[in-house]
Design a binder for this molecule. Structure first.
Ligand code: NAD
Ligand code: GLY
Length: 361
């Protein structure tokens, strides 16, 4: 038997839903979803690394409750998040007879969650998606909030929709099989949550992989993301934009260094370092707070610097293309006190370039 799942609610008026968190919850998913979705033909979308680990348990649990699950296994990795895969998946669902009463289960990391969520949002004009996230990034961030999508050849996440899940079921024990570097990468989003909403969480980092405390830590992060999404579902008031802390410079570094040089989490760690540096200069963040977060970033095995030869011109060009950039200034998330953040419209491109220069080794 498992412990009673911890539960966090995303209290959206039109589509509220729960996030259930418990180690060892996957074998119980069939019984849990039955109260929300009547037994039907459904699809489990997963990838070639995750499916062999967890799909059989999920299939058995669903079949026991009368569901007929079809497992669709895709290649692992970011390139799977494409319009071509979305289109192929839709065809497979049609061929297999799934209809508007069917549901999709996304079993995997953020790539599978974003792609399966997107397919669920367009299939028969929208069917339910149940997210079962298996990476740190997916458990603390991407499975919550309904941002779904695929990449275009011209950029990441440019095609997508908002489609809130019917339910998120998070099993922290799935992180035991995650390679250490991917576990650490996901901690960048945890550090981000600590900086913008819950500074005392910094004292709990890095968590020990496989420890019992992980469940509580994930729940704390889920609660932060859920509260932000509840306040600003469509990112119109500025609250959800706080989740971009560290991401503006992070994206620029990621794309200029060449995808693959720094992982996304590493780039966000570098971007957060620059955002903290700017916060000291422009928002009176105490220097000791800057060093406190830097120490945590290092302790999580993440970088805080870039090489001397990363070309400034290319970084500048990338920042200018950022949709948050407008006439010499950029909408930028700063913190004046750890545990809180705000969007500033007064950060200039020169400020940003200065912060990038100070990142160089
Ligand atoms: P991912 O989905 O590519 O997973 C990383 C790797 O880990 C993959 O190779 C996968 O097969 C493997 N894996 C997953 N779970 C595993 C497990 N339990 N054991 C062993 N291996 C496992 O990457 P990710 O970091 O989870 O997600 C990144 C994606 O999420 C990006 O596409 C990003 O744009 C997206 N994202 C979306 C949102 C959102 O709000 N929708 C937020 C953040 C990130
Ligand atoms: N990951 C950022 C967001 O969900 O808004």
């Amino acid at each position: 038997m498992i412990d009673k799942p911890l539960s966090v609610c995303v209290g959206l008026k039109a589509s509220p839903y729960e996030i259930l968190i418990a180690s060892g919850i996957i074998p119980h998913i069939g019984g849990i979803v039955k109260s929300l979705i009547r037994p039907c033909k459904c699809a489990i979308i997963s990838d070639e690394l995750v499916a062999p680990l967890y799909a059989k348990t999920l299939i058995e649990s669903l079949e026991k409750e009368g569901y007929s699950p079809l497992l669709l296994t895709l290649p692992a990795g970011e390139s799977t998040k494409s319009m071509a895969q979305a289109s192929t998946l839709c065809d497979r669902l049609i061929e297999s007879g799934l209809d508007r009463k069917s549901a999709i289960f996304a079993l995997g990391g953020g790539v599978i969650g974003d792609l399966a969520g997107f397919v669920a949002s367009i299939y028969f004009r929208g069917i339910p998606i149940i997210q079962i996230p298996t990476t740190v990034v997916a458990q603390v961030d991407s499975s919550i909030g309904g941002k779904t999508g695929v990449n275009s050849l011209l950029g990441k996440n440019l095609i997508g929709s908002f489609h809130q899940p019917k339910l998120v079921i998070t099993d922290p024990s799935t992180l035991d099989t995650l390679p250490n570097y991917l576990f650490n990468e996901g901690l960048a989003e945890v550090i981000k949550h600590a900086v913008i909403a819950d500074a005392s969480m910094l004292d709990l980092l890095p968590p020990v992989k496989g420890s019992k405390d992980l469940c509580a830590l994930i729940t704390r992060n889920v609660a932060i993301k859920a509260a932000i999404v509840t306040q600003d579902e469509f990112e119109t008031t500025g609250t959800r934009a706080l989740l971009n802390f560290g991401h503006t410079i992070g994206h620029a570094v990621e794309s200029v260094a060449g995808y693959g040089t720094f992982s996304h989490g590493e780039s966000v760690a570098i971007g957060m370092t620059a955002a903290l540096d700017l916060s000291v200069r422009l928002a009176a963040l105490p220097e000791e707070s800057f060093y406190r977060v830097l120490k945590t970033i290092h302790a999580c095995g993440l970088p805080t610097s870039i090489s001397a030869d990363l070309p400034t011109e290319s970084l500048l060009a990338t920042l200018r293309r950022d949709k948050k950039f407008d006439q010499g200034a950029i909408r930028f998330v700063l913190t004046g006190e750890l545990g809180s953040a705000f969007v500033s419209n007064e950060v200039t491109i020169d400020d940003v370039l200065g912060a990038i220069e100070r990142l160089r080794k």
